[in-house]
Design a binder for this molecule. Structure first.
Ligand SMILES: Nc1ncnc2c1ncn2[C@@H]1O[C@H](COP(=O)(O)OP(=O)(O)O)[C@@H](O)[C@H]1O
Ligand SMILES: [Mg+2]
Length: 252
């Protein structure tokens, strides 16, 4: 069976989306994930699942209807996949962050830790008043958060939009990066893929890898974030800003 499968072609994106949709309709998430979604139902946060918004690199994100304890009609559920492949990659963002002690080395524990970490990072983003989804709850590998979108329509990734006011958007992103830093957090995976445009306002998402500023690599991650964003705005919109100047404005 395994041999046969490995010879098969990778499913197309359409096939994948369809299969994910069927998962919702037939309720065929794995048992653990089902139980965790069930907990969110019991808490009154979720009343039903709608559809898959996107397949991310380490998680699938779903649109769900809010339950009676949620003051919003919709929410987003990020469900982390239990994969070994990205495991080593993840460790460098957990190890060295003083908020994390000893963690078990099995994949379930790490994925759960990662989900909890994203939840905690989103709380910091909320306290820092940056544009980011408000976290509602997490359970194991399932993170419930504010839907960035309008009337149940998820916002688009900045990368797929052409901005009317790129300079203004860039200023907001850098200001939010500064606010995060002032609240002792570095996003560490900032790019045009992890920013959603809600109308004219950029929202940062995907905080799993964000690190505390005491992490030994936090300054490298911050510089890389600034470089990525400035490179994108330079390439796509011809806006030139000096990396070192911007970096210093953030950390001063
Ligand atoms: N709160 C949200 N509201 C609306 N869409 C979201 C939200 N969070 C994630 N998404 C969508 O899901 C995609 C993957 O989410 P992301 O957090 O970037 O996961 P990954 O770590 O797998 O890249 C995003 O590109 C975005 O399209
Ligand atoms: Mg992402």
């Amino acid at each position: 069976m395994a041999r046969k499968r490995s010879r098969e072609k990778e499913p197309s994106r359409e096939d994948y989306m369809l299969r994910e949709q069927l998962k919702i309709e037939e309720g065929i998430f794995d048992n653990r994930t089902m139980l965790r979604i069930g907990k969110l139902f019991t808490k009154g946060l979720v009343s039903s699942m709608e559809f898959i918004i996107a397949r991310g690199k380490e998680a699938d994100v779903y649109l769900a209807d809010g339950g009676d304890k949620l003051d919003k009609e919709f929410l987003a559920l990020k469900i982390f996949r239990m994969e070994n492949a990205r495991f080593q990659n993840r460790m460098k963002y957990i190890r060295g962050d003083p908020r994390f002690g000893k963690i078990k080395r099995n994949i379930y524990a790490i994925v759960n830790e990662w989900c909890k970490k994203e939840y905690g990072n989103l709380l910091v983003a909320e306290a820092a008043e940056v544009h980011a989804p408000r976290p509602y709850a997490f359970s194991g590998n399932v993170l419930a958060m504010e839907l960035i979108g309008k009337e149940g329509k998820p916002a688009k990734v900045m990368r797929n939009e052409t901005l009317d006011d790129p300079a203004g958007v860039l200023d907001t992103i850098l200001e939010d990066t500064r606010k995060l830093y002032q609240n002792e957090l570095v996003h560490a995976d900032l790019s045009e893929y992890n920013i959603l445009m809600l109308g004219k306002v950029p929202y940062m998402i995907d905080f799993g890898q964000a690190v505390h500023i005491k992490h030994p690599s936090s300054m490298n991650f911050l510089r890389r974030d600034v470089e990525n964003i400035l490179f994108y705005f330079s390439k796509k919109y011809g806006i030139e800003k000096d990396v070192e100047t911007v970096f210093n404005e953030i950390v001063e």
